[in-house]
Design a protein around this ligand. Sequence first.
Ligand SMILES: C[S@@+](CC[C@H](N)C(=O)[O-])C[C@H]1O[C@@H](n2cnc3c(N)ncnc32)[C@H](O)[C@@H]1O
Length: 372
Amino acid sequence: MPRSFWSRIDKDDCDKGNTVNSDDIECRRYEELLEEFVELCEGLVERGLPYLAVILCHELYRFLYPVEPYANFTNTEPVGFVIGHIKRLIKSGQSFSKSVVPYDVNLSLFSCCKEEQTLEKSTSALYSELWGGFDTDDLTNESFRLLTSRLPKHIIEENIVGKKVLDMGCGSGRYSIALARVGAGQVIGVDLQSKSFAVAKQWCEDNNLSVQFEEGNVHQLPFNDNVFDFVFCNGVLHHTDSIEKGLQELSRVLKRSGKAFLYLYASGGVFWTTRRALRRIFKRIPIAYTKSVLQMIGMPSKRFVFCDTWYVPQETHTTRKQLTEMLERTGFSCDKIIGNNMFDLDAAIERDVTDAKKMWGDGEHRYILELQ
Ligand SMILES: C[S@@+](CC[C@H](N)C(=O)[O-])C[C@H]1O[C@@H](n2cnc3c(N)ncnc32)[C@H](O)[C@@H]1O
């Protein structure tokens, strides 16, 4: 029964990746419910209730993580929970939509942004807007906490402190700041356009922290070969049209004796499958509308992960096997690392949470890379 649903999703050219279409009976049940949920939301958008579709998607998505700190909730039996949760959401959506008479919503009024011509332009337009929701604490303290909880201590001490470090696809510059704060000798952050790191640049100037920011494309970095001791590349290459090309560029600028940190989305399980399915719904709703609904329901502006996930033009999901083969082809050996962050999918898989593989598939890819 879910076959047509998955083949429909696989046709989506924005999303490359595998679904874990498991033989497991619970997963099959979830897949059927997810199909029903997506169709319900698409219908709500058509019937003039897009705000309800946004709220339902937000409610489903926020409980797919190992923890939902804003609800003081830890997902100890994730698959069982999410099956019950999606059923309740479908029922509420159906009953609410029967009880209200919608106004005529003109969504085109929210499509304020011009259509960008290239993947790079539309990606940087999205992110430079989303980083605006970050405050100084996110830029400085939170990224420092995340960096030090995810990277092994010996890597920081031996490969970052006093070294020349590239933050490849630095976005808001939050990790460039964190890398400088843990003691890197020199940090250069590169992203598609300077608007995204303007606030960080100012903060560094005001606080006498030496970080350099430059515009550049991770597929064509503006640096000579073999110049960096450490390259930090967090959540970037899956938003380009070729992860492999990015890895080749990373390998080019890294010193032979250097190391790198790579974070990429993985694939499979209820989590990644749902994430891909929800992206279909948001093709019908302008981001400005979604942001205003999320703001209206009180979602903290720094939780941009929802809009990021639903609107980023390119999101490639890779299995662990696909990535390790790609790393081998590009000349890297890799060490998987698992930090102690409750939020991370890998940490939940490692903790052996019930049905963790069914829920989070291959989790997330966090690796320390070395040139072979
Ligand atoms: C999810 S954000 C991650 C940003 C940052 N590494 C962090 O973890 O905070 C993805 C970033 O990749 C950047 N990006 C995507 N494609 C890029 C490209 N081809 N060249 C440079 N940056 C790119 C985006 O502009 C965006 O800032």
